[in-house]
Design a protein around this ligand. Structure first.
Ligand SMILES: [Zn+2]
Length: 327
């Protein structure tokens, strides 16, 4: 496992490569960034290179004993520390400390990967601090986190920090093609909706449940404007049944309203996020003026805000639907 297959994060990879080539691998790293951005992928690749006994430049050889064991997930010089339930307790850190004092068995280094490090309890963080104050020469500790601020300042100051940035649209597309072998039909939507987070894009693009929810949401959205055919209460039922996914539904609806607004303002079909839904959008756009679309967008945001502030769900949704139905 090397850096070659990793999309994006070029600055971070370059910096890590240099530290490997110059023999200046640090004792502690913090990989910071939102969930799904690829922190763990980079951490695992970095660990694999550092553990290799026969490195070629900044690449693992893939053939030596440590490389083979690492690939099988059984390299004893590597330890994965993850949250049990919701936190990483001091026991997990103690276990790591008992292990870290033993010299590596096969590799030149020992690597400890602590995922979601913000879930460490304060005691766990204080325990880890003791190790970071005097780490054995061969030890490399990588923390991945989406909550840098939750880590003790004393831990942060002893670690090298890398901030993972969001991916460009091209990079997300590249990842989709690599995963699915072809560009998915809904790629424009997925790329936009994932906000540059590759993990989210891959998950959504591969999820039938999400595809169904999106299809149904688009269906419902256009039914709302046909009050003669569908009563508000029938439409409300959809929101009730998918209550736990309300945020996602509203997000999907907003992208459709956004697309119709773009069409109204520019007439440019190539700028649609929901390009795979172009036909249904074009068939219905005559029912929506630009002014109406702007009002509707506000209506959705108001409903979302009210529900977040614990307003009555049914009332908030019904008011939203009635407003969306208004001329
Ligand atoms: Zn190797």
């Amino acid at each position: 496992m090397n850096f070659d297959g990793i999309i994006g994060q070029k600055d971070i990879l370059l910096s890590l490569k240099k530290s490997i080539e110059n023999g200046r691998v640090g004792h502690a790293y913090i990989f910071n960034g939102p969930a799904g951005i690829g922190k763990k992928t980079v951490a695992r690749a970095f660990a694999g290179i550092v553990l290799c006994a026969n490195r070629e430049g900044s690449a693992a050889c893939g053939k030596c004993i440590p490389c083979r064991l690492y690939k099988e997930g059984s390299n004893p010089d590597f330890m994965d520390i993850e949250a049990q339930d919701t936190s990483i307790g001091v026991d997990a850190i103690r276990q790591m400390q008992e292990d870290i004092i033993k010299k590596p068995l096969y590799s030149p280094k020992k690597v400890y990967l602590i995922s979601e490090a913000e879930k460490m309890t304060v005691q766990a963080q204080n325990g880890l601090l003791k190790t970071l104050e005097e780490p054995p020469g061969y030890a490399v500790i990588i923390l991945t986190t989406s909550g840098y601020d939750a880590l003790l300042e004393t831990l942060r100051s002893r670690s090298v920090r890398y901030d993972f940035r969001q991916y460009s649209e091209e990079e997300v597309r590249e990842a989709l093609i690599r995963e699915f072998g072809t560009i998915p039909e809904n790629a424009d939507f997925i790329v936009s909706y994932s906000g540059g987070i590759i993990g989210k894009a891959l998950e959504l693009a591969g999820s039938e449940e999400f595809a169904d929810l999106r299809d149904n949401t688009v269906d419902i959205l256009f039914k709302i404007r046909n009050p003669g055919l569908y009563s508000i209460f029938e439409i409300y039922r959809f929101f009730e049944e998918n209550k736990s996914k309300l945020d996602t539904i509203l997000d999907i609806m907003l992208t459709i309203y956004r697309d119709m607004l773009v069409l109204r303002k520019t007439g440019n079909e190539y700028m649609l996020i929901n390009s795979d839904k172009k036909d249904i959008i074009l068939n219905n756009i005559q029912d929506f003026s630009a002014g109406k679309l702007l009002t509707d967008i506000n209506t959705l945001e108001t409903a979302r805000k009210n529900i977040r502030q614990n307003a009555n769900f049914q009332l908030s949704i019904e008011v939203m639907l009635m407003k969306l139905q208004e001329e």
